[in-house]
Design a protein around this ligand. Structure first.
Ligand code: SF4
Length: 103
């Protein structure tokens, strides 16, 4: 069985703390028809994420542009659509300069 980070080399350090470590990767990549918020398969993944101590790191990993940018599956407790919305909102905030920390 391959866990979800089995394909990433090197694995992110935070993954050692992940609640999904060692779990079947398929739980976190349900078929698109099962990605809805109340679908049992997606809900199962999201319930694991809800108790994960590195959910923030996981979500940031999935949203950070890189060659391995992951647009499929559940990451940080959010499904594909919710992460697209989050990414779009971040782009808008950046474009408007709203994500800057005051000096
Ligand atoms: S937030 Fe979910 S998918 Fe991400 S590491 Fe934690 S349990 Fe795994």
């Amino acid at each position: 069985m391959v866990d979800r980070m089995g394909l990433f080399a090197p694995r992110p350090d935070w993954f050692d703390e992940a609640a999904c470590k060692g779990m079947d990767v398929n739980i976190f990549f349900p078929e698109p028809a099962h990605m809805g918020g109340t679908d049992p398969l997606a809900s199962r993944a999201k319930s694991v994420c809800a108790r994960c101590p590195v959910a923030n790191e996981c979500l940031e990993f999935s949203l950070t542009p890189n060659p391995l940018h992951e647009r499929f599956g559940v990451w940080g407790g959010l499904g594909e659509k919710a992460r697209r919305v989050e990414a779009r909102q971040r782009r808008r905030r950046r474009a408007l300069g709203l994500d800057r920390v005051p000096a």
